[in-house]
Design a protein around this ligand. Structure first.
Ligand SMILES: C[S@@+](CC[C@H](N)C(=O)[O-])C[C@H]1O[C@@H](n2cnc3c(N)ncnc32)[C@H](O)[C@@H]1O
Length: 240
């Protein structure tokens, strides 16, 4: 069992190379919140930017914003550079302090975003401390993704039947755990639930999210791993 956890990998993100260039509803929700909190000219860093869909959208909506993207996969960054040529890009591992320090060298941003990434990690402290090291004094950190509304942290590993690789990426940390970690670092935390108002079709890849309509008409967001998604935006600002 210990071996499964230690040797597990994240191998799922290359699918973004062939993904449609689609502005997701969650991107609109996120940018709407960002627009409320920042003036017209500010700097924004999207960590786990994949092929740059979100930053391209920001660039179109707010052309005065100084945009940067970061990712662990170089092939995704290459595509992101093509899609959003005005942005700066950084090849980093947001879980690794040395990587963040080396690539950013103390540079800070007014809006630091981590969208759809934190569910890969088995601990909250390293990535939260690294996000904090990247935000400017009056800046804001935005973490979007799936959380557990109950007070339990859930760590998962999944394996396709015909594969030898145990994959990571679908952890469900409690909202409370993440909130406590930011508050320990003197940050004020606001939680905003994201309700998806449309259907997402199931695809052949059982790891992808889709919506499932219940008899009363409400939807749950789930995947073929039998894991439910409860998406929240966590907005964190340093207490003065
Ligand atoms: C599920 S995708 C989310 C992409 C995009 N933010 C979105 O919401 O559509 C996760 C992204 O995080 C990147 N990633 C995974 N681990 C990372 C790490 N340790 N540091 C930085 N980026 C990472 C992946 O390469 C991938 O682009």
């Amino acid at each position: 069992m210990e071996k499964i956890f230690k040797n597990s990998k994240r191998i799922h993100d290359n699918f973004y190379l062939n993904e449609k260039f689609l502005v997701k509803e969650s991107f609109k929700f996120l940018l709407n919140e960002i627009k409320k909190n920042h003036s017209n000219k500010f700097s924004l860093l999207d960590i786990g930017c994949a092929t740059g869909v979100f930053i391209s959208y920001v660039n179109k909506e707010l052309p005065n914003v100084e945009i940067s993207g970061a990712d662990i996969l170089e092939e995704l960054l290459l595509k992101a550079k093509n899609n959003c040529s005005s942005a700066k890009f950084y090849h980093i591992d947001i879980f690794d302090k040395a990587s963040v320090e080396k690539k950013f060298g103390g540079k800070k941003f007014d809006a630091v975003i981590l969208d759809g990434v934190h569910t890969i990690f088995d601990e909250v402290t390293p990535w939260i401390e690294n996000l904090i090291s990247l935000v400017s004094e009056n800046g804001i950190i935005y973490v979007f993704g799936s959380f557990n509304e109950s007070n339990f942290d859930v760590i998962t590993r999944v394996k396709a039947v015909d594969s030898d690789v145990w994959e990571k990426g679908w952890n469900r940390f409690s909202l409370k755990t993440v909130q406590k970690e930011f508050e320990k670092n003197n940050f004020d935390v606001i939680l905003k639930k994201f309700n998806l108002d449309m259907d997402i079709e199931k695809t052949e890849d059982d790891r992808r999210t889709y919506t499932h309509k219940l008899d009363d008409g409400t939807r749950i967001t789930r995947n073929g791993l039998e894991i439910i998604s409860t998406p929240y935006l966590i907005i964190c600002k340093k207490i003065k």
